[in-house]
Every structure is written in structure tokens, then in C-alpha cells.
Design a protein around this ligand. Structure first.
Ligand SMILES: NC(=O)c1ccc[n+]([C@@H]2O[C@H](COP(=O)([O-])OP(=O)(O)OC[C@H]3O[C@@H](n4cnc5c(N)ncnc54)[C@H](O)[C@@H]3O)[C@@H](O)[C@H]2O)c1
Length: 435
């Protein structure tokens, strides 16, 4: 084995990880089947935005520490084989392990004693045992003795990889006596404290890390809908809940989604002993776009969005990233289009081409702040939007990106500092619709 580590699936998680290993002097091989990814990297370019990654890519390529390939079988050149493959969820509420199985099948004939397979992807409880059993059944290894399998979940947030990789506790759940130790040998070099545990506890810890966040964000989103129902201001209520209260902690509302939060709960829900609770959490977060559409309808002239120009600012699923996967902005735009609105989108970080701010907001009847990019959190941006939009235009800002403490408000009045209830004369809603 002439390499230290192979990372299979060099996407948003795998590529920064491969760079981190290579930058710490490990002979690293990055493997992916995406031609575009391999071509960009061969060209010395990152295929997506991750702060700090460009410099590290240049450094490790100059030092010859990072090889690239499209051939999964070559992963067997490394002692540690880290799988950072996609693990989507079927609409049946069930993990889709097909990417992992396909790579295991490609690897099977090449695996030798001493190899360590690390599952870095987010997986449903029991998947590490499944992988170990699959390798034992098809190749006769005794996992934990002659071949090693461990789950070492990725808990780093996109855009914070190089900040967090050497500090976030690294959970290692190994199969049998020795898998955990062998996997830990690889990750120790990254500098974060290693926390050994069982595979099932590692799997549960990862998915419940995300379930916790998804649920915590569903509560203010649900509260935002209830406040609309009663004509109350959600930001006032959140302030009343949290202010000087030692047991508070209500989060802020927003367009809660993204490729992890939107599917990781299904890995618990698929075999839930109390089915439905996490589905309800998902339904609340998934209802935010419809809540915004209905709110705009109630506030725009004639109670209709037909032929009204609606600017959607932000396509990324969260602030300061170019990751649009599983962003609710697209659901919002589809719902607006089904109301016959004229949708105009702008996102300066978007990899897809969007309109300029002037084109998107110019003459708009309403503006929806769909992503809370940091650069937008500025009174000058609010003034800019107000001066571009049509007179009487409505702003929907569920994140409170502009610090106006109003989910909906009349844009010009808000920019002029008229306060949270500026121009918000919508009648109380009926019960919020859950899609
Ligand atoms: N994106 C995040 O912020 C994040 C955070 C924590 C955990 N995770 C988890 O990490 C895993 C990976 O997520 P991601 O966002 O990096 O996904 P991704 O889609 O960006 O990356 C997966 C990569 O695997 C490659 N791939 C798929 N099948 C392959 C095959 N047969 N051979 C070679 N390459 C193959 C794909 O081409 C892709 O580039 C998922 O389980 C995800 O839930 C993601």
C-alpha cells in the first residue's frame, strides 16, 4: 500500500477532508466519478466555494501530496479508505445506500488484510454493521481482526470546514476490538480530540445532531405562522420568551432546509418506534415557502400574485455558501410561479446564473429575503432594495436579515425606519396551511 489514505467521493465533504489529510503530509488519493470535479481539480480550481480551500489545494498539489482518479479500485492502494459518498433519502422515508454499495462492490476484489474502511457519510443506524457484514459475507474477512470498519461521522458545517476540522470532537465508532483504534490513527493527525464509541452510538449521535437543529428551527417557524394567525409579531414573542429567562433559547425563524437537515431525520424516522414526530417537524419547515406566498397574497393589491413581479433574494440554503442543494428558495419560486407571479431571482454567490440585484428588484411588487447572506445584513442594502422596488412594495424577511423585526412590511416604510408594523395591514390569517 503506497498511499496513506484514499477518499472516495470528493464532493462538499470529501474534498475538504482529502485536502486536510494531504496538507498534514499524508499521501492522499481523491476519487470521484464526476468528470467535472476531476477536471476542475486537475486545473487547480475548487469545484465549489469553501473558505481557505483554494490555498490548500495549491499547496498540496505543489507538494505532490494529492493524487486524483476516477477509478474506485485504486483506493486499495491506501491503508485507510474513507467513504464520503452521498446518502440521500428515498421518498419512502428510507436511506438510499446505493452509492455506498456500488463502491463496496467495486472495492471487494481489491481489499486485503489490514485495510480500514471508514464511513464518513451520514448513515442510518445499523449501516456500519451492514457494511461490515457485507464485507465478511462476500470476502470472508473477520471485521475488527483482519479488516477494519468504522463510522467516523462528519459534523462540520459547510463554509467552516478548515475552522472546525481540528477542533470538533471526532466521534469514532469501530466494529469489533480494533477497528476504532485503526480508524483513530488516521484522524488523530487532524488534531481534534478523538471520542471512541460504538458504531450505533456514532450513527445516532450524528443524525440526532442534525435532528436537534432541524427541530429547534421548526419551533420558531411554527411560532411565526401562529403569530400571523393572531396578528402578533414573532420577533417580539421570541424576545419575550428569551429575555433574561434562564430556560429560554427559542431560535429565530427562517427558510430551514439544506441537503443534511432535510433528509437526515428520515434515517431515524425509517424505523421509528414513535413514527410521525419528525415528519411533522419536516412538514413545518417545508411549509415556510407557502406561508410566505400566502402572506404576500394577503398584502398585495387584489389579494393575488398574478402578473406581480416578486424578487427572490438568495438561492443558497443558508448564508454565505454557494450550495443550493435542497434550498427552499426553489420551492418558493415554484409556488410563486403557480400563483402566476413573475419571479426574478438574485444571488451573488450562486453557481447558476441569476439576475443582477437591479434587474431582480427593479420595479418589484414584493421582495423575499430567502437567504440571509452576511453581506446583505446592512441598512444600506435595505435602502438600496427600497429604492429599486415599486412604490408600496412589500418585503418578506423571515430571517430578520435587515433587523426590522417584521416578517412582512412595507419596504419603503421599513427603510425609512417606521418600525416593525410598517405598512403591515394584512388581516389575520386563517390557520396556517401545512404542505
Ligand atoms: N454537505 C455537508 O455539509 C455535509 C455535512 C456533514 C455530513 N454530510 C454527509 O456527507 C456525505 C457526503 O455529502 P456531500 O455533501 O459531500 O455529497 P456530495 O454529493 O457533494 O459528494 C458525494 C460525491 O460522491 C461521488 N460519488 C458517488 N458515487 C460514486 C462512485 N460510485 N464512485 C466515485 N464517486 C462517487 C459523487 O460524484 C459526489 O461528488 C453525505 O452522507 C452527507 O449527508 C454532508
Amino acid at each position: 500500500m503506497d498511499l496513506d489514505v484514499a477518499v472516495v467521493g470528493i464532493g462538499r465533504v470529501g474534498l475538504p477532508l482529502a485536502l486536510a489529510f494531504a496538507d498534514r503530509g499524508l499521501r492522499t488519493l481523491g476519487i470521484d466519478k464526476k468528470i467535472d470535479t476531476l477536471a476542475a481539480l486537475a486545473d487547480g480550481r475548487m469545484p465549489f466555494y469553501e473558505p481557505g480551500a483554494d490555498e490548500i489545494l495549491t499547496r498540496v498539489q505543489d507538494a505532490g501530496m494529492l493524487e486524483l482518479s476516477g477509478d474506485v479500485a485504486l483506493a486499495a492502494r491506501a491503508r485507510h479508505i474513507v467513504l464520503t459518498l452521498g446518502t440521500p433519502s428515498f421518498t419512502h422515508i428510507e436511506i438510499d445506500v446505493s452509492q455506498i454499495r456500488s463502491v463496496l462492490d467495486d472495492l471487494l476484489p481489491h481489499l486485503r488484510e489490514g485495510h480500514c474502511i471508514v464511513l464518513r457519510s451520514t448513515i442510518a443506524p445499523g449501516t456500519t454493521e451492514f457494511v461490515a457484514g457485507y464485507l465478511e459475507m462476500h470476502r470472508g474477512f473477520t471485521v475488527g481482526e483482519d479488516l477494519f470498519v468504522a463510522h467516523v461521522p462528519e459534523r462540520i458545517a459547510a463554509s467552516r470546514f478548515f475552522e472546525e476540522i481540528s477542533t470538533l470532537p471526532c466521534i469514532v465508532g469501530g466494529i469489533g476490538e480494533r477497528s476504532g483504534d485503526v480508524a483513530a490513527e488516521l484522524f488523530t493527525g487532524l488534531g481534534a480530540p478523538i471520542v471512541p464509541t460504538s458504531p450505533i452510538e456514532a450513527e445516532l449521535a450524528k443524525i440526532w445532531t442534525n435532528i436537534l437543529r432541524y427541530t429547534m428551527f421548526a419551533l420558531p417557524n411554527r411560532l411565526m405562522m401562529e403569530c400571523e394567525q393572531y396578528g402578533a409579531n414573532v420577533f417580539e414573542v421570541i424576545d419575550l420568551i428569551n429575555r433574561d429567562y434562564p430556560r429560554g433559547g427559542m431560535k429565530m425563524p427562517g427558510m430551514t432546509a439544506g441537503t443534511c437537515l432535510r433528509k437526515d431525520f428520515t434515517f431515524s424516522e425509517e424505523r421509528s418506534p414513535a413514527p410521525g414526530m419528525l415528519l411533522a417537524v419536516s412538514r413545518v419547515n417545508e411549509s415556510v415557502p407557502l406561508f410566505l406566498v400566502d402572506g404576500l397574497k394577503r398584502r398585495l393589491a387584489g389579494g393575488t400574485l398574478r402578473a406581480k413581479k416578486i424578487a427572490v433574494l438568495g438561492l443558497a440554503f443558508k448564508s454565505d455558501t454557494d450550495d443550493e442543494r435542497d434550498s427552499l428558495s426553489f420551492k418558493l419560486m415554484r409556488l410563486l410561479e403557480r400563483e402566476l407571479a413573475l419571479v426574478a431571482a438574485h444571488d451573488p454567490m450562486s453557481p447558476s446564473s441569476t439576475l443582477t440585484l437591479e434587474e431582480a428588484v427593479g420595479g418589484a411588487d414584493a421582495v423575499v429575503l430567502a437567504t440571509n447572506h452576511t453581506s446583505w445584513q446592512d441598512p444600506l442594502m435595505l435602502e438600496r432594495i427600497a429604492s429599486l422596488a415599486a412604490p408600496g412594495a412589500v418585503l418578506a424577511d423571515p430571517w430578520d436579515c435587515f433587523d426590522q423585526r417584521a416578517v412582512f412590511g412595507e419596504l419603503r416604510a421599513l427603510a425609512d425606519g417606521a418600525g416593525p408594523d410598517a405598512g403591515d395591514s394584512a388581516p389575520p390569517a386563517t390557520a396556517p396551511t401545512i404542505v
